[in-house]
Design a protein around this ligand. Structure first.
Ligand SMILES: NC(=O)c1ccc[n+]([C@@H]2O[C@H](COP(=O)([O-])OP(=O)(O)OC[C@H]3O[C@@H](n4cnc5c(N)ncnc54)[C@H](O)[C@@H]3O)[C@@H](O)[C@H]2O)c1
Length: 284
């Protein structure tokens, strides 16, 4: 049986969605802890700027343009990673996009985009890095889910994040049953001050709504509300410290907002008592 990864210095981390927000903060934190970092993202030149920033901590940093939703692109990320470094010890499957927040105005192509990035990005990450980590036994995977992965929401985002929570719990079981020594954490952030409300900057043409319609007043209000709560949210740097601590302490759940965890009690109570759930929205 392997123990948790107590010492990060000299080891290698791969972070997806590393050009912005949480991913960039993870990369900075890992480099400060003496780790070499592979930073991957779909967005250039933002990734180049992010790499230059993380390099200032003095470890080796490599930036690789990757589309996590594309299996071939993820194969290429793994190949480039193993060309640069012998081993991968930490993998953060973090890249994600918001998509539409309710079913109105979101079509099937948009749903596919969100699931391809948020869910299949994680699936591909496991596929291309997990066998290596299991072989070496000294690794830890952090999947970025969301509090949206615990609460109802009629959107592709909610579907993708419930799926990430489920497969991450499943991965933990497998890693333990097979005594692989690979640790697993499920990051469930509440509101964090990042660029997630501007995810559409990375939308592929095939997934963009065919006819751009003016948002309704209600939609504009909700979007502004989302931007306001994000701006007032936790800093990505504070969440990066939680992620680092979870890796060295081998903790599975990473909840950034304890008050939101308290709200889960009502959901669990309705299940235990076989009652219809109370109406609930993270955006109310
Ligand atoms: N910010 C929050 O409040 C919050 C809350 C819960 C969960 N999350 C999750 O945190 C993760 C990081 O998002 P963030 O909040 O830092 O937002 P962000 O927009 O600041 O960063 C996301 C990064 O992912 C990249 N990306 C988008 N599509 C990609 C693709 N196909 N391939 C590779 N990279 C891609 C973007 O270019 C960007 O650099 C996401 O999974 C998001 O769902 C965020």
């Amino acid at each position: 049986m392997f123990g948790p990864m107590k010492d990060l210095a000299g080891k290698t981390a791969v972070v997806t969605g590393a050009a912005s927000g949480l991913g960039l903060a993870f990369a900075n934190q890992f480099a400060k802890d003496g780790m070499n970092v592979v930073m991957s993202d779909i967005e250039q030149p933002r990734l180049d700027e992010a790499v230059a920033q993380v390099e200032t901590h003095g470890t080796r940093v490599v930036g690789i343009i990757t589309d996590v939703s594309d299996g071939d692109s993820m194969d290429a990320l793994a190949a480039a990673t193993f060309e640069a470094f012998e081993s991968v010890n930490v993998l953060c499957n973090n890249a994600g996009v918001a998509g539409g927040l309710t079913t109105e105005g979101i079509d099937s192509a948009n749903w596919k985009w969100v699931l391809d990035v948020n869910l299949f990005g994680v699936v591909h990450g496991h596929r291309v890095f997990l066998p290596h980590m299991v072989e070496h036994g000294d690794g830890h995977i952090v999947n970025t889910a969301s509090m949206a992965g615990h609460f109802p929401g009629h959107s592709a985002y909610t579907a993708s994040k419930w799926a990430v929570v489920g497969i991450t719990m499943g991965l933990l079981n497998e890693m333990r049953q097979n005594d692989t020594g690979v640790g697993v954490s499920c990051l469930c952030p509440g509101w964090v001050d990042t660029q997630i409300a501007n995810s559409d900057r990375n939308i592929p043409e095939w997934a963009a709504p065919a006819a751009l319609v003016e948002p309704t007043e209600e939609q504009e209000f909700r979007m502004q509300f989302l931007k306001d709560v994000l701006a007032a949210g936790k800093t990505p740097e504070s969440v990066a410290q939680m992620v680092r601590d979870a890796i060295v302490n081998d903790s599975f759940w990473i909840f950034t907002h304890p008050e939101m965890v308290d709200q889960l009690a009502a959901k669990h109570a309705s299940i235990m008592e076989n009652r219809n759930p109370e109406p609930f929205s993270l955006l109310d």
